[in-house]
Design a protein. Structure first.
Length: 401
């Protein structure tokens, strides 16, 4: 079961928007949902932002982001010929702390489990998760005054008498154990997104964890592939999500992303940030002479080493994970950089991490997602995959009625 504080679906509403706000641009996708509850991307808008308008997901220049969102919405909805007002905002990076909390309750064997009983256990889990999240934020930031709120909660599993069960209501048992994934975001960010929606004339369906959306939408290549890791290399951060049994169990964030590689090119080659970004793109798509490619590669090398060291430490911080699946998906803007694949494929760093088998790295594609397709011919690019995955939030709620 998925719970989102904002989401209310209007009857006969089959079109909505999804929005991703990152340090480079505001991305908006228009989505159509058919009667079989399949999502199709029918429009795409991408409005660039000036440097420092958004930092680590935080909206710094509200007016600029507002204008960019307006433009992105217009671009995404032009072909549909109608105004689409319902929107799902995605949250990622430092602004989406995800964790799993478990609670176990003893009870009388002679009575059946009620819905109210399950809700009480879930409420206990949520209260404990908030404490756990606040402690993690305090540990990483040193700030105990940051107010947070849940944006996504979902059951990972339920056990009765130690045995997994899909629906415990009406079942007899001496114990009930529930594990729930919860994603939190700072309250100030929620309020900023609400203000942004009002300015642009949009109605918020949900504010949701992008990593949760992605992991619920992934269709593994083999039916038995239920355990994997997702590494999302965003503009100014790297997210890692651990998935077991098709359920996300934890997320961690590293504050190094694709923009840091651009900044090194800018610094060492004496270019503006935008010029360095174009140089990096030319390098990525093999449009530079060999001599220029070597210069760009050397500019990024030290930061890539730092990024890999940080990634190794990040994996070590997953204290509740004993072993990691060997299947690893790479996604996000930074995954386009060929050096990323080369660096993560190095054996030494993975030897210190408890992988079940030598890890295999694959770039995520839209084809890996279930029930989400694209009619624009553009959404299979790395930067659009996480926004595309937000459609799964709507589909999951829609399927629950």
């Amino acid at each position: 079961m998925l719970n989102l504080p904002f989401l209310t679906l209007a009857k006969n509403q089959n079109k909505f928007l999804v929005v991703d706000i990152n340090s480079k641009s505001v991305i908006c996708l228009a989505i159509y949902v058919d009667v079989q509850n399949n999502a199709k991307i029918i429009g795409l808008g991408n409005s660039p932002l000036e440097e420092k308008a958004v930092s680590s997901g935080n909206i710094i220049d509200f007016d600029q982001v507002t204008e960019a969102l307006k433009q992105a919405v217009v671009k995404a909805t032009t072909d549909s010929g109608e105004k689409i007002k319902q929107v799902i905002f995605g949250v990622s990076g430092d602004l989406a702390l995800g964790l799993v909390t478990t609670a176990k309750a003893g009870r009388s064997q002679s009575t059946v489990i009620s819905e109210q009983e399950i809700k009480q256990v879930q409420q206990t889990i949520l209260e404990n998760a908030i404490i756990q999240a606040r402690n993690e934020i305090l540990e990483t930031t040193g700030n105990s005054d940051i107010e947070i709120e849940p944006i996504t909660t979902s059951n990972i599993y339920t056990k009765v008498n130690g045995r997994f069960i899909a629906n415990p209501i009406g079942v007899e048992g001496e114990s009930v154990e529930i594990a729930m994934f919860t994603a939190f975001t700072p309250s100030y960010h929620t309020k900023t997104l609400q203000k942004l929606a009002r300015k642009v004339g949009l109605n918020i369906l949900a504010i949701a964890s992008e990593m949760y959306a992605l992991t619920t939408s992934i269709r593994p290549g083999a039916p038995t592939l239920a355990d994997y890791v997702v590494i999302n290399i965003g503009s100014d951060f790297t997210d890692v999500a651990v998935v077991f049994g098709n359920g996300i169990v934890a997320t961690k964030c590293l504050c190094i992303g694709a923009d840091h590689f651009t900044k090194e090119i800018s610094l060492k080659m004496g270019l503006t940030f935008n010029e360095a970004e174009k140089m990096k793109a030319s390098y990525t798509y093999e449009k530079l002479a060999q001599s220029e490619s070597l210069v760009v590669q050397n500019c990024m090398h030290e930061t890539l080493e730092t990024w890999l060291d940080g990634l190794e430490l990040l994996f070590e911080e997953f204290s509740g994970v004993k072993t990691f699946a060997s299947n690893i998906f790479l996604v996000g803007e930074g995954s386009k950089l060929p050096d990323i694949y080369d660096f993560v494929s190095r054996e030494p760093w993975t030897k210190s991490i408890a992988f079940k088998a030598p890890p295999e790295f694959n770039k995520l594609k839209l084809d890996n997602m279930t029930k989400i397709s694209d009619s624009t011919g553009q959404a299979d690019q790395a930067e659009y995959l996480l926004p595309s995955a937000l459609a799964s939030i709507y589909l999951e709620m829609n399927s629950q009625g």
